[in-house]
Design a protein. Structure first.
Length: 366
């Protein structure tokens, strides 16, 4: 038990140790860079100085104090500002705080470095820092530091903004995929309920041939539903074959109360695609929202226009009185949303006094 606890504790501590080690390594790398920068600046500011001379050491002392001090004064407060005012949420406030904090801390570093060298090395009184001629010497390094600091903070803002934009786009894409997957899985539970009722009637009527065919067609319907769940589009021919199986179940249940005419497309339709279950949804809606009987059947026409790349489903309009109570209103909206993920072409809905028509765009891989 003790060894297990120790391994678990070590496993929990591993990410923290790695993070601490990475931060410490980064800190030493920055310190090395500041040291190298100070050497380069010393050679620039004291070109004729020998490396062992006092002037070279003094110039290097100023440079190393300035670079390290200004780095600490502008680096660590930036991390603190990220917690207090995020660039993405409050850009103006963050900009003003960055400018104010950079000026104040940079000025403090400049004063401390100059004051320290004046008192400890030059043995001059500290009150000289209050003289105008001394303050004027602070202007150039202060402006330079502020400009560099703003550049660093602006770069930090742009990188953060880019990462946020990428993350937002990724989240939107994942959300869209999740919504599309949810929409693809929308299947009316009433269909299975009605199909089982119809199968029960066939069994009670002792009609095994029709019952067997009904079961096979029902199995084909649900095989297609399962196979197409992970597909955004399917060939039009597959969808129409599925529709034939679906209509067989409905004809078994409703008899002559439903009359569907499917105008078969020509060979050019072989490359056309539709979202899975799209045509079936329109047939289901027609049956759900319109009254039908043996004496007054519901007429539905499915027509494929390959020239306009459009599939139209039209049905006679005889609204049922209880249809509004049974309907959730999600069917067509879900279908429109699914098409919205796939194409800019809209799903057209037309309604007259006698007919209701929905036109679906037919898609291609190109």
């Amino acid at each position: 038990m003790i060894s297990v606890d120790m391994r678990a504790h070590a496993k929990d501590e591993a990410p923290t140790f790695k993070k601490h080690y990475a931060n410490e390594l980064q800190w030493w790398q920055m310190l090395g860079f500041m040291l190298l920068l100070s050497v380069v600046l010393t050679f620039l500011f004291c070109p004729g100085c020998a490396i062992t001379s006092e002037d070279f050491r003094l110039t290097f002392g100023y440079n190393i104090c300035y670079t390290v001090g200004l780095w600490l004064a502008n680096g660590y407060p930036a991390a603190w500002l990220n917690r207090k005012a995020d660039w993405r949420q409050e850009p103006l406030r963050r900009f003003l705080l960055t400018v104010a904090l950079s000026i104040v801390l940079s000025l403090l570093v400049i004063v401390l470095v100059n004051g320290g060298f004046r008192v400890l090395y030059h043995h001059r009184p500290l009150r000289e820092l209050l003289e105008p001629r001394v303050w004027s010497q602070f202007i150039l390094p202060l402006v330079t530091t502020t400009v560099i600091s703003l550049f660093i903070h602006s770069r930090s803002f742009l990188l953060g903004w880019r990462d946020a934009a990428i993350q937002t786009e990724r989240l939107e894409k994942e959300g869209a995929v999740a919504r599309l997957d949810s929409l693809r899985r929308q299947v009316d539970p009433h269909f299975l309920f009605n199909s089982l009722n119809a199968l029960t009637v066939l069994v009670e009527e002792n009609d095994p041939a029709r019952a067997t065919r009904f079961i096979r067609q029902l199995a084909q319907v649900y095989r297609y539903v399962l196979d197409s769940q992970e597909r955004e589009v399917v060939p039009l021919g597959e969808e129409l074959a599925f529709v034939e199986s679906y209509l067989h179940l409905q004809r078994t249940r409703l008899g002559e109360g439903i009359q569907v005419e499917i105008k078969q497309p020509d060979a050019s339709a072989d490359t056309l695609l539709v979202p899975p279950l799209a045509v079936q949804l329109l047939l289901e809606n027609a049956l759900k929202h319109n009254a039908t009987s043996q004496r007054n059947p519901l007429h539905i026409t499915v027509e494929i226009d390959t020239a306009d790349r459009e599939l139209r489903v039209a049905n006679t309009l005889r609204p049922r009185t209880v249809a509004a109570a049974e309907s959730t209103g999600l069917g067509l909206r879900n279908l429109q949303a699914r098409y919205g993920f796939l194409t800019n072409q809209p799903v057209r809905i037309e309604r007259t006094a006698t007919e209701f028509t929905v036109a679906l765009p037919l898609l291609t891989l190109g």
